[in-house]
Design a protein around this ligand. Structure first.
Ligand code: GCB
Length: 624
């Protein structure tokens, strides 16, 4: 009896705790491995929250933690001093020590570093707040708040309630706000933290600026109750006329629903039916497709229609494969005339985010004679892949696994895999994207092989068509410094053997290139993902004067001769299109906080080596 009573008490207590948890929404919802990431968000956008947001700099996170460092949002009775409550004094006696509405503003989207001089080097927490009114357009509709990216961690609150948090500075996420959003005076508050940390991805050490803030668009999106949340359409591996993929519905009663996939341009129309999970697979022959290629970047209007929803996209279709050392696009061998880029608009200052920024960068890419870009070292904004689709530029997209991260930490793996999945989810319908890169210059250890292999397997389980790669490192062979090879066992798992090399910059003088011999024993295409040398735009000297444009040009000339001798070479993406900010680069009068390996200076001037590479690409394009 006594036991039964105590059991009952236990069950009751558990019940109360559970209801409390549900009531106050703790532990908060994470977006990790989010089941619902809305595809093609710009087609769902109803209201943009871009523009001015009030902000509070909070290096001690006093708006988040109480004085015992317990987060306020884990407290059943949050206190007025928690910034996300946006509390105002009720009368003159009340003491509230913050006020968003009297605080200054920052522009969203944009990093904070380039907007305020005092924030240039800031790493820490800043709170953002924006108010808005919202009128739903249909009574049963669902409403979401979508962020293109926030670097690095975002804790998001609407009208005083926590929606969840997201980690990873370069990928999109969304929260449903159907039941919270009201017609008047909504306030969204985001705590943004860009503090670097050892277990995160990227980790403590990088060679780029750690721009913080809400760096991409913020959108309120509205959908029908059951809506087309995702779709993936591409040509089936190994065929040029079987359309393969899926459409996914989200909401209630999503099973057994008919969905139509139409490509009006070729009179194609196919009806498919969802399974119990709301997913409808498609695998069907299509005739008369004009294939997407860099020479003819043809995109089709694709329409997806369910009984309660419809969405359209512009999608290109191409085949992609490797055969021995060749990369085949639509069955024809290509040479990747590439260049690496960081997501930065050096001229305006700060992270690139807009279509105009993408246009500026990709125009330069075209001018250089490229058909390929490596978007290093993390996922760039969606405009890049969309514009690359239109301009006929093939794209390498990269996960921010850079240098040395915590290979044995399961949380670190989860964070890396999550960012990769979010990137693939966003860009999987872009014909221009041909490479998913797992990592850059990571050390060769057994733990790291397991980590990267898991990432590669995850990638292939989502997309079995695009090429999997990673920027590896090359090494001297024992006993002969001049014979270079790839010893990294991860090369077995990639479709494209890519590596970075700096012979002539970190590794001897440019003249060293002439004596190098390459021994790369893989029957796979080889790609040089980086080579380069620093030059301060406008600094001239002879070809052995470091930092001069002449040195950089000499190094390019020698390197291009050297890599031309690699039989399997099928492309390169030298480092880098434009000078970029990096806190590692401190040499006064030369670097002043900039990595100077750009072919274009931070003021937009082309250096001599720009023309050297352009000439090389002109000659290559005659052969391919
Ligand atoms: C590298 C890195 C890149 C650096 C570059 C450099 O190997 O992959 O992120 O910026 O070298 O300039 O040293």
């Amino acid at each position: 009896m006594k036991e039964a009573v105590s059991k009952m008490i236990k069950i009751r207590t558990l019940g109360i705790v559970t209801s409390l948890i549900i009531l106050i929404g703790y532990p908060c919802i994470r977006t990790f491995g989010q089941p619902l990431l809305i595809q093609n968000i710009s087609k769902r956008a109803i209201l943009s929250l871009n523009g001015k947001w009030n902000y509070i700099i909070d290096p001690y996170e006093m708006g988040y933690y109480d004085y015992r460092t317990k987060p306020y949002d884990e407290n059943p009775k949050p206190q007025d001093r928690a910034f996300y409550t946006n509390t105002k004094p009720k009368d003159k006696t009340e003491r509230i020590e913050y006020d968003f509405d009297k605080s200054p503003t920052l522009l969203v989207p944009r990093d904070w570093n380039s907007q305020e001089e005092k924030l240039l080097y800031y790493e820490g927490t800043i709170w953002y707040k924006k108010s808005f009114d919202y009128q739903k357009s249909g009574p049963g509709n669902r409403v979401f708040i979508h962020f293109g990216a926030v670097n690095y961690r975002a804790d998001v609150y609407l009208n005083g309630k926590k929606l969840g948090f997201h980690k990873g500075g370069f990928t999109p996420f969304n929260f449903e706000i159907t039941d919270l959003v009201r017609e008047k005076d909504n306030f969204v508050i985001v705590k943004v933290t860009n503090t670097r940390s050892a277990e995160e991805v990227p980790t403590l050490n990088t060679d780029w600026w750690n721009y913080g803030g809400i760096t991409r668009d913020v959108t309120i999106a509205e959908t029908p109750a059951a809506f087309i949340s995702d779709y993936f359409l591409q040509l089936k591996k190994g065929t040029d006329e079987i359309l393969s993929g899926y459409v996914r519905l989200n909401g209630s009663a999503v099973s057994g629903r008919e969905i139509e996939v139409a490509i009006p341009g070729i009179g194609f129309n196919k009806k498919i039916v969802t399974d119990n999970s709301g997913k409808a697979s498609v695998e069907v022959a299509v005739q008369g497709l004009r294939l997407w290629s860099p020479q003819d970047p043809h995109l089709y209007d694709v329409k997806i229609i369910s009984d309660r929803d419809s969405i359209s996209d512009r999608i290109g279709f191409r085949t992609l494969a490797t055969r021995g050392s060749d990369i085949l696009v639509n069955g024809k061998p290509v040479f990747l005339r590439g260049i690496s880029i960081h997501e930065e608009n050096a001229i305006r200052g700060g992270r690139a985010y807009s279509r105009e920024d993408a246009q500026m960068l990709l125009n330069w890419v075209k001018e250089l004679g490229c058909n390929f870009v490596r978007l290093a070292h993390y996922p760039h904004n969606e405009n890049m892949a969309r514009l690359a689709d239109e301009m006929g530029i093939m794209v390498w997209e990269e996960n921010p696994v850079y240098w040395t991260i915590q290979w044995t930490n399961p949380e670190t793996f989860k964070t890396a895999a999550n960012q990769l999945k979010e990137l693939i989810s966003r860009d999987k319908n872009r014909a221009s994207v041909i490479v998913w890169s797992m990592a850059n210059e990571t050390p060769v250890t057994p733990e790291r092989i397991i980590f990267l292999k898991n990432l590669a397997d995850t990638t292939r389980s989502i997309d079995n068509v695009r090429l999997v790669s990673a920027a590896l490192e090359q090494k001297s062979t024992p006993g002969n410094e001049l014979v270079r090879t790839i010893e990294d066992p991860f090369a077995q798992y990639v479709d494209l053997v890519s590596f970075n090399e700096y012979i002539g910059w970190y590794d001897g003088l440019p003249s060293k290139c002439a004596g190098i011999e390459w021994k790369i024993d893989y029957d796979k295409p080889v790609f040089i993902s980086e080579f380069g040398a620093d030059a301060l735009g406008g600094l001239h000297g002879d070809s052995l004067t470091r930092w001069s444009e002449e040195y950089q040009q000499y190094m390019y000339r020698e390197t291009l001769k050297m890599i031309g001798k690699i039989p399997n070479l099928r492309g390169c993406s030298p480092w880098i299109l434009v000078d970029f900010r990096s806190p590692r680069r401190v040499l006064p009068g030369i670097q002043d906080g900039w990595n100077r390996k750009g072919l274009i200076s931070e003021t937009g001037n082309k250096k001599k080596a720009f023309y050297t590479l352009k000439e090389f690409y002109e000659s290559v394009s005659k052969k391919y």
